[in-house]
Design a protein around this ligand. Structure first.
Ligand SMILES: [Zn+2]
Length: 113
């Protein structure tokens, strides 16, 4: 790859990723499936056991692979995504509380007398 080609890729990729992200968001309804917000949206594998493409490869995999993966994806806002993940990791109450109340929420250990 020449320096010119590398420069082209550097300039082109962010635009291409933004377009893919925009297309995926529109395809998935444009809002959080849980609370309906349109802010801070993330792509979530609704059932993690069916995941064929890791989340960090969704922007770079081929369109053919992405189209196959799309039915497994849901749009969730950052908060609902964290809550769902915490609930899936059963027993992770601390993570669920932090997802709902924010990272600064104080989670006290239960006081057994
Ligand atoms: Zn939400």
């Amino acid at each position: 790859m020449t320096e010119e080609e590398r420069a082209y890729n550097r300039a082109y990729q962010p635009r291409w990723r933004r377009r893919r992200r925009k297309w995926m968001k529109a395809e998935l309804g444009g809002k959080c499936v849980d609370c309906g917000t349109t802010r801070h949206l993330e792509f979530d594998h609704d059932d993690r056991t069916t995941k064929a493409i890791p989340s960090n490869h969704l922007m770079t995999c081929s369109m053919a692979r992405l189209r196959k993966e799309m039915p497994k994806l849901k749009l969730r806002c950052r908060r609902c995504h964290r809550i769902k993940t915490a609930l899936e990791n059963q027993g992770d109450v601390r993570a669920a509380v932090h997802a709902i109340l924010g990272q600064d929420a104080e989670v006290n250990e239960p006081a057994y007398a």
